[in-house]
Structures are given as C-alpha cells and as structure tokens.
Write a protein that binds this ligand. Structure first.
Ligand code: ASP
Length: 326
C-alpha cells in the first residue's frame, strides 16, 4: 500500500494511510483524506478559504478516479459547497456521467444533500477587495460586475507560489489504485475557468494495471500536454515510472505560447515505485509519502526540472501585493 500527496496533503495523508491500513478501499481512503484538506483553514487553495475568481467568488474543481473500473467523477466551477471531492464521488456513483460543472454541479450537490457553506474566508475577501480597489478602473467599478474581464485576467496568477491544489494517489491492499484532486484553482481566474484538476487525463489519471499520476500547478499546461494520461500510457507501453514522468516532461517542452509556469507531476506505478518532479519548480518544493510499514507519512523533496530559460516562477508575482498580511 502506498499514498502520495502533494505539499498541501499534510492534513489528509495520515487519515488516508490509517484507513488503508484498516483495510478500507482506496476510494474511501482518498475521499476522506482530501476532505481533511478541504476543511483545513491553513490551506488557501482548496475548499473553504480558497482564492476567489475575478468576481470575488470561490469556484471549486475536484475529481476522483477508480483505477480498477476506470470510472471517474468530477465537478468544475462549483460554488457554495464545502466538499467537492465527495460530490465528485457521488457523480461517479450515481450518474451515468463523468463530469458536471457550474449550476448543474450545484444542483446535483443539493440533490445529494452535500454540505453547503460560504467558501470565501476573510483573508481572501480582504485580498480581493485590495485588488479591486487598486486595479479596477473607475469606469469598470461603475458597471461592476458587468465590466469586461479579459484584461483583468492577466492578474490570474498563483498568489502562493509552491502551494496548490491537493492531489492524492493511493494503492490499497487489493492493489486498486485511486486518484483524487481538489482545488479552488488559480486565484483571480476568469469565471468559469476549469483547471486540470477536474479534467481526467490532464490533472489526474489512474489505472490499477499500471499506475497513476496527478498534477498541480499550471493546469493549462497539463491540459495541453494530456500529462496524467500520458504518464500512465507510457507505463503501459513499458516505461518505468521514472522514464514515463521524464517523457511527460519532454512533452511539455513542446508547449509554445499560452501560460507557461510551474507544474508538479506526481506518479506511482503498480509495484510501489513513485516519482515526483517539479517542472520549473522552486527549491523546497515537497510532497508527502507513506508506504505500508511506515509509522507516519514523511515529507520528501520533489526533483526540480527546468524547461524554460527565464524561470517564470521566479518573476515577481503581481498578486502578492494584495495578499500580504491576509
Ligand atoms: N492545477 C490547478 C489549476 O490549474 C492549480 C494548482 O494546482 O495550483 O487549477
């Protein structure tokens, strides 16, 4: 049994590990772990307390994938519900669909009795107010929220470098592999923007026969490169998890234009091996690792691979000025 989560998985990985040790299925263990992260007030990029979009609203994305049935459930741009991972699981269990978004996702969440709640924490509201006051011109403020948002979209950057979405990969005692993701996505994103977290094949993929992969960072990059599916497919084609991740990084080198930033690729194979690589990452980028027999999960550093020369992640982040002290 093994669990890998990204840096934000700290609050959840002990729960996932404990449930796996107790013989629970991976789906249950991953959902429970992700729920802990969604509830963690320290985590500002997942669930309650996540950063808002350009309109100051928190929109959540989440997904879960069962690697033994290849069933998935995902929700995107969901507002007003505290645990999108559980709603994603309900999509998988109760609908003939794999992904629902926006108003439809909220409607479904209500139907299944999911826990509703205000997602905008005080620190996020304050940061958004600071941004609005200093970046939105008077003419646009006069007609807000009906102003054109395209130009403001350039502020859609990650306000907290190195802190992300949460992703969980787990293999249970029956060798079933599960992948789960949950996020508020990038701060100040265009309303309705989906990142890679709800896009199966981009932000996550699991196939119990071979392994699983999940990504954090610039979802736009992994959507374009089909990263999570590619890693698992490369393993199917005979590569080790080490080489599969390397090849997925090489795929990213072909991306031209658009948002090029940092991505962390987390991958496991079906034999208990793993690799975590931070593409364009910063030193100190870490993840959490647990394997059966270990008393507790441990933090490990991701390998750093630079694929751009100008180190975009080291450029000043415009939003930091609005988030200081929040
Ligand atoms: N991958 C997420 C997204 O693009 C964000 C993140 O991991 O920081 O929405």
């Amino acid at each position: 049994m093994i669990v890998i989560t990204n840096n934000e998985g700290k609050a959840g990985i002990p729960v996932t590990a404990r449930l796996l040790e107790a013989g629970k299925p991976g789906l249950e263990a991953v959902e429970a772990g992700v729920r802990m992260v969604e509830s963690d007030p320290e985590v500002r990029t997942v669930g309650h307390g996540g950063w808002p979009n350009l309109l100051g609203e928190v929109e959540l994305d989440a997904s879960i994938m069962c690697g033994s049935t290849l069933r998935t459930g995902a929700v995107g741009a969901l507002k007003g519900y505290l645990h999108p991972i559980s709603i994603a699981r309900e999509v998988m269990e109760r609908l003939p669909h794999e992904i629902i978004v926006g108003e439809g996702a909220a409607r479904f969440a209500h139907e299944v009795g999911a826990e509703a709640g205000d997602l905008l924490a005080d620190h996020s509201r304050q940061a958004w107010n600071n941004w609005y006051a200093s970046e939105v011109n008077q003419a646009d403020q006069d007609i807000w929220p009906n102003a054109a948002l395209i130009d403001y979209c350039h502020n859609a950057v990650d306000p907290e470098i190195g802190k992300d979405t949460t992703v969980f990969l787990a293999q249970d005692e029956h060798m079933d592999i599960t992948a789960g993701t949950s996020t508020s996505g990038w701060g100040w994103k265009y309303p309705g923007r989906l990142g890679d977290s709800p896009i199966i094949g981009a932000g996550s993929y699991a196939d119990s026969r071979y392994g699983a992969c999940a990504c954090t960072g610039a979802g736009e990059m992994t959507i374009r490169a089909g990263t999570a599916r590619a890693v698992v497919l490369y393993m199917k084609m005979g590569m080790s998890v080490q080489d599969a991740v390397e090849e997925a990084v090489n795929d990213m080198r072909a991306l031209k234009g658009g948002l090029i930033s940092r991505v962390t690729i987390h991958a496991i194979d079906n034999a208990g091996n793993h690799r975590v690589v931070a593409v364009n990452g910063i030193p100190g980028n870490f993840y959490w690792y647990w394997k059966s027999g270990m008393e507790q999960p441990e933090a490990r550093f991701a390998e750093l691979i630079q694929i751009t020369e100008d180190q975009p992640q080291n450029k000043p982040i415009a939003m930091s000025v609005y988030t200081q002290g929040t």
